[in-house]
Design a protein around this ligand. Structure first.
Ligand SMILES: NC(=O)c1ccc[n+]([C@@H]2O[C@H](COP(=O)([O-])OP(=O)(O)OC[C@H]3O[C@@H](n4cnc5c(N)ncnc54)[C@H](O)[C@@H]3O)[C@@H](O)[C@H]2O)c1
Length: 343
């Protein structure tokens, strides 16, 4: 698989996976496709363009002609799909684009994989499709039970993948991972949102009592897991990816305060805007992929430290985004009444 189409290449995990491929496979040509929504930025791919082995096409995954044209002209052998509407909070305001991209878009990519007889498609999904678990862990056998429009649309994409494999034998593999963190994450998501605000000595809005448990994975480990499943996974199967790094949102907020040497008074507890749709706990059992030879390479605390350092050293990247009208109006609409003058 020397020519790989990476959809969502201008986003957080997609761009990191492009970096992973270019670094680990010297003969690999990486073809990026991204709709450049509010979450996709050309600046995120600047370093990729310099390699000479990365080509980028702006476009939407649900446009079958665009997808077919790229596959044929670039002689694509496999697709790895990261393109998605990915923010739970935005899905609670309007879910229509989530359904178009996360369900219809996935179906278009599956159909292209079948029609052009590609070697493999890997669909990147999330642990959120399993819903919430109070005790125990999600295995690949756990029934899906999504609780937000975002996780329901992701589950819809997963079901399209399953059906395509059963109906047509399409060689698709699905991965489901926990909360990622690392460089180039759009700064409305919890970690980069809090880091960027704490750098500026601003308050951080913590939902409810902050007791929601998330299973954190460093983005490079997620990329390694995806790549392992792409090359060694069985078509039609699902693989969980996790690092055994569970902690509450309150705990991770305290870690950030400590790494940035900021006072506890910067935490502002707010009413949970997700209400009953806010899952209490995610917990991933990744033993299936581990039994196939993959394991995470980074310890949680040192990866968190290097992530904070990255945001300190790359203010040029996130300040350009946090000064854009879309970002500013989302933050104002969503958090304005809590943060008021401290926006
Ligand atoms: N971030 C996480 O913690 C996490 C965890 C597990 C799984 N995932 C999954 O990984 C994938 C990538 O997540 P992310 O955090 O990098 O998201 P992101 O929002 O940073 O990036 C998504 C990218 O997809 C692009 N895009 C959106 N709609 C498109 C369309 N119709 N056609 C083409 N491109 C489109 C956007 O422009 C953006 O560049 C998603 O499928 C998400 O569900 C994310």
């Amino acid at each position: 698989m020397n020519t790989i189409l990476v959809t969502g290449s201008a986003g957080f995990i997609g761009s990191n996976y492009c970096r992973y491929l270019l670094k680990n496979y010297p003969d690999c040509i990486v073809v990026g496709l991204d709709a450049l929504t509010y979450a996709g930025n050309l600046s995120t791919m600047q370093d990729l363009q310099l390699t000479g082995r990365f080509r980028f096409y702006p476009g939407r995954i649900q446009d079958d002609c665009v997808v077919a044209g790229i596959i044929q002209s670039e002689k694509v052998e496999a697709i790895v799909n990261f393109a998605a509407e990915s923010h739970n909070d935005r899905s609670l305001m309007d879910a229509s684009s989530f359904i178009q991209t996360d369900v219809t878009g996935v179906a278009v990519l599956l159909e292209a994989t079948r029609k052009f007889q590609l070697k493999r498609m890997l669909h990147v999904s999330t642990d959120e499709v399993y819903g919430s678990v109070d005790d125990g862990r999600f295995t690949e056998q756990t029934p899906i039970a999504p609780n937000t429009p975002y996780s329901a649309s992701k589950a819809g994409g997963d079901l399209q993948a399953r059906a395509h494999h059963i109906a047509y034998g399409t060689p698709v593999v699905v991965t489901r991972c926990g909360n990622n963190f690392g460089p180039f994450q759009y700064p409305e998501k919890l970690l980069p949102f809090f880091i960027s605000r704490l750098i500026d000595h601003k308050k951080v809005p913590l939902y409810g009592d902050g007791s929601q448990v998330r299973d954190w994975v460093y983005v490079e480990d997620h990329c390694g897991g995806i790549d392992h499943a792409l090359r060694h996974g069985n078509p039609g199967e699902v693989y969980n990816i996790g690092s055994d790094a569970e902690c509450t949102n309150l705990e991770i907020t305290h870690m950030l305060l400590s790494l940035l040497n900021r006072p506890e008074s910067l935490i502002r507890s707010i009413e949970d805007p997700r209400g009953g749709a806010h899952d209490r706990r995610y917990s991933i059992d990744a033993s299936k992929l581990k039994a196939m030879g993959w394991s995470p390479a980074h310890a949680f605390s040192s990866a968190l430290e290097s992530t904070v350092r990255w945001y300190l050293e790359n203010e040029w990247w996130w300040r350009e985004i946090t000064s854009k009208p879309d970002y500013l109006s989302f933050i104002k609409n969503y958090y304005g009444r809590y943060l008021q003058s401290d926006l």
